[in-house]
Design a protein around this ligand. Structure first.
Ligand code: BTN
Length: 326
């Protein structure tokens, strides 16, 4: 969706009915271009209401991202974040990784890239992450660690803990984690985490942490998602301001990241196991080479790998793969 579509939506966000001519004059383009851009908006899953003889209206205003709103909801004591809010981008992780690769020294504070629309969201294991315009929180955060990369195993599980802690602030109960880090509500996926390593770091290590959280998914996004999913609207029956949720998420994330830097995953291990949806259950893991292993879940190791007990009583840990309930 191009800049004109975003300008139209921002104008219509007050819920007023506007004629095509009014929109065209305000945005200094031809009425024809406005009409063509309506198709673009439609293809993004945003529903505009045509009112005969009167004009067009946006019946459900979008909850736009706003850096000032996010900052005003952050605790004063928190480390400085540098917010970049984009209307549309293929992937916030891709964008931030490229920024780091291009000029690491130019990054101020802890950069956070957030987008209203992500068109090629990346998921774990090479999958796609689908979301529509304004219907999710899709963002990436850059973070540096003093330790080397090999001590970062388990980081993605610790981030899952931060997400559960943050969502608990909104009185959302019954959230669980599915190894390594899917956030579930009643076995349906609410949020996903994708951590990618930054490569050109001289000392210590650094990562881009990408998070997708379903807020109130559009029908279009729902049609594309190929697994059991849920959004916050379905859980709570209300639309929670994305700016507020992001502030709370960032606050919990920075607390977890600081502790992780000092103590590693072991600090979060017990809490993680408490949240695990499949602790003590018979599951399968599909390993990266497509081998399928079956066993009963027996916690996680200090590096975040999942421990399974086989039928013969043998214990073995796995550091990557796709977990499924038997
Ligand atoms: C998963 O497969 O569960 C991980 C999904 C991660 C999606 C987020 S959305 C923001 C960030 N940018 C991306 O391209 N992916 C992550």
């Amino acid at each position: 969706m191009g800049p004109l579509a975003f300008s139209i939506l921002r104008l219509l966000n007050d819920g007023e009915i506007r004629t095509i001519d009014h929109l065209a004059q305000s945005l200094k383009v031809s009425p024809n271009r406005i009409l063509k851009t309506f198709d673009e908006i439609d293809q993004c899953g945003v529903v505009l209401k045509k009112i005969p003889d009167l004009g067009i209206q946006c019946p459900e205003p979008l909850n736009w991202l706003d850096a000032n709103e996010i900052i005003s909801n952050l605790p004063q004591t928190i480390l400085p974040f540098h917010f970049i809010i984009l209307d549309s981008i293929d992937s916030t992780n891709r964008f931030l990784l490229d920024q780091v690769a291009a000029d690491f020294k130019c990054l101020h504070g802890n950069p956070v890239i957030i987008t209203e629309l992500q068109t090629q969201g990346r998921g774990r294991l090479g999958r796609r992450w689908y979301s529509g315009l304004g219907d999710s929180l899709t963002f990436s955060l850059f973070w540096r660690f003093n330790c080397s990369v090999r001590f970062l195993s388990g980081l993605s599980l610790a981030i899952g803990v931060a997400l559960i802690r943050a969502l608990t602030h909104f009185a959302i109960k019954d959230l669980t984690l599915k190894w390594p880090n899917d956030v579930l509500f009643h076995s349906r996926k609410l949020a996903g985490i994708l951590i990618e390593l930054s490569r050109n770091i001289r000392s210590g290590s650094a990562v881009v942490i990408g998070i997708g959280l379903n807020i109130q998914l559009s029908n279009l996004a729902k049609e594309n998602i190929d697994q059991a999913f849920v959004d916050l609207f379905a859980i709570t029956g209300r639309v929670i301001d994305r700016n507020k949720i992001l502030a709370v998420l960032l606050s919990e994330l920075s607390a977890v990241l600081i502790d992780f830097n000092h103590f590693g995953f072991s600090y979060f291990r017990n809490e993680w196991v408490r949240y695990h949806a499949y602790e003590g259950q018979l599951i399968t893991i599909t390993l990266p080479d497509d081998t399928i292993v079956t066993g009963v879940v027996d916690g996680v190791e200090f590096d975040g790998s999942l421990t399974l007990v086989s039928e013969t009583g043998e214990k073995k840990s796995y550091s990557s793969g796709e977990l499924n309930l038997r």
